[in-house]
Design a protein around this ligand. Structure first.
Ligand code: SAH
Length: 246
């Protein structure tokens, strides 16, 4: 799959952080036409992926490389998020099953699959893109996979907050100037500014995430500033905490 050869996954493969084996389910079909789908019992439109090739493929791979999670990409699964990607990043290996057509025979889901993952509440035609999304989300979290020393630790969701805004050269573009603090060379001030901006955008865009964050003493000071300076209604739980600490 070309995407794997160009993305961060390519780097991770070259440096031995991950390896990816692509398998074609047709190779485990036993009839001469390599049939992997059939019409649904009970009638209705569409085709369903047959159970035998899926079981044969997974069992053969597990016999060679050992037991591991078997993830089915499906719009009916648990929606992928940072926590789920982090959980899977701790696994030595996993098998990802991609469906096509109407999806897979229910016995695959019941007796072969250990995790069902969705990439969002919409339906695509196959599990290939969802599986790439999952693989990249997991790969980014592996030590050494990203070039930067901090890796993904400052990315949105990793700390619970959305990430602060980024600026690069030129310092003035049209009439829009980069915030002075970022060109001041004062790293401590930059870090504090970034934390405050991360809070402001999380409170504005994703108050649901803001409520889940464990507050450090510096967060309480920053949140008091925000409530004085910005037109933002703080979630009740946060408002309660910062008022309680005055
Ligand atoms: N008829 C099914 C949808 C089948 S879509 C239903 O209504 O639930 C065909 C295949 O695409 C699925 O088997 C799955 O592997 C993949 N797929 C489609 N949308 C997806 C999503 N949002 N997340 C993960 N996989 C998805």
């Amino acid at each position: 799959m070309p995407y794997i050869e160009t993305s961060i996954m390519h780097r991770a493969i070259s440096s031995g952080i991950i390896s990816v084996n692509l398998n074609n389910i047709r190779d485990w079909a036993t009839d001469k036409h390599h049939t992997t789908d059939d019409t649904p019992f009970g009638g209705g439109g569409g085709m369903v992926m047959k159970p035998e090739p899926m079981f044969a493929a997974v069992e053969e791979i597990q016999q060679e490389s050992g037991e591991c999670p078997v993830v089915l990409m499906t719009p009916q699964g648990k929606q992928l998020n940072h926590a789920a990607a982090l959980g899977l990043s701790k696994m030595d290996r996993m098998i990802i099953l991609c469906g096509r057509y109407e999806g897979v025979d229910e016995r695959v889901r019941l007796h072969l699959v250990t995790d069902e993952i969705s990439i969002g509440d919409y339906v695509l035609s196959g599990g290939e893109l969802p599986s790439l999304v999952l693989m990249e989300a997991v790969t980014r979290l592996l030590p050494g996979a990203l070039g930067a020393p901090n890796g993904a630790s400052e990315d949105s969701f990793a700390s619970g907050l959305l990430e602060y805004p980024h600026y690069t050269r030129p310092a003035i573009y049209r009439d829009w100037k980069v915030p002075d603090i970022l060109t001041s060379g004062n790293h401590q001030a930059v870090n504090r500014w970034r934390r405050k901006q991360a809070w402001i955008r999380t409170l504005r865009k994703r108050p649901d995430l803001a409520e889940l964050i464990k507050l450090d003493p510096i967060d309480i000071i920053i949140l008091r500033e925000i409530s004085r300076e910005e037109e933002i209604t703080l979630p009740a739980t946060i408002a309660h905490i910062i008022e309680g600490n005055t």
